[in-house]
Design a protein around this ligand. Sequence first.
Ligand SMILES: NC(=O)c1ccc[n+]([C@@H]2O[C@H](COP(=O)([O-])OP(=O)(O)OC[C@H]3O[C@@H](n4cnc5c(N)ncnc54)[C@H](OP(=O)(O)O)[C@@H]3O)[C@@H](O)[C@H]2O)c1
Length: 272
Amino acid sequence: MSNSVTAQHISVLGLGAMGAALAQALLAGGHQLTVWNRTPSRAEALVSQGAQVAATSAEALAVADLVILCLLDDASVREHLEPAAAALRGRTVINLTTATPEQARSLGRWAAEHEVALMDGGIMAVPSMIGGPAAFVLYSGAAAEFERFHGVLELFGRAEFVGEDFGAAAMYDLAILGGMYSMFAGFQQGAKMVRTTGGTAAHLATLMAPFLQAMTTMFAQYAPGIDDPESYVPEQDADFTAGAIGTIDKAAVESGTATELFGVLLRTLPGI
Ligand SMILES: NC(=O)c1ccc[n+]([C@@H]2O[C@H](COP(=O)([O-])OP(=O)(O)OC[C@H]3O[C@@H](n4cnc5c(N)ncnc54)[C@H](OP(=O)(O)O)[C@@H]3O)[C@@H](O)[C@H]2O)c1
């Protein structure tokens, strides 16, 4: 983006698997970096690559234009941010620690009260993917800060702003993960079923993966049915969908691997 600027000085708090990967990406991007971790030894590798280490979280929060947190949970973020409210006034904070949307909104209210520019983020990657082509990170909150630090954020992976509601990034993040876990549950159930025929989960994986990948193109087609249900004509009506799921459920019962999964789908999936 044309109006992005490079941060003068960035601090990363939290050097677990993910925080360390973020810090590496910032060093590789040529930024001046201060790091802090509760267990100081985890900073050693980064220090040998040019990062400065802060003795306390308060010191790390006070030296940077841009502060990035990647701690365990909301409680650990609060534990370190709240006592530093005065030092953070006028600075930009990006919280990449996983939170619920309400936790993110509550932190957003705290930030507004203390004149801290806050963005919440959801990382859609594992640490080894950071900086690579498949990684993307969702951001919500202070839109102006997203524009301002866009060049920095792109170092982690594609940066996607999803709204000014502080809870939006967490909601998109958790929605995507919900889809992922639903898919894994379907695979696990399917594997139990095919094993009763002498098949294997490994063979099913080779067949189910490309099929499901192709089916994801249906999301865009199905989305108007949720965004604008009044004017949507389903490709499959609810009875057809229910019939298909009922047959799958019968197969699960016949194979002795019945679970709650298909009952849940029957109750939640309308026509698509
Ligand atoms: N790993 C992933 O694939 C992934 C993907 C997306 C999002 N995330 C999110 O990224 C965040 C960090 O994940 P991670 O994989 O890096 O976890 P991790 O390896 O377990 O690291 C947790 C980090 O939090 C610190 N911490 C925990 N409690 C703390 C406290 N009370 N005060 C200060 N620091 C504290 C730990 O410090 P110590 O070293 O002192 O224990 C460590 O730096 C989580 O919110 C996670 O959900 C991770």
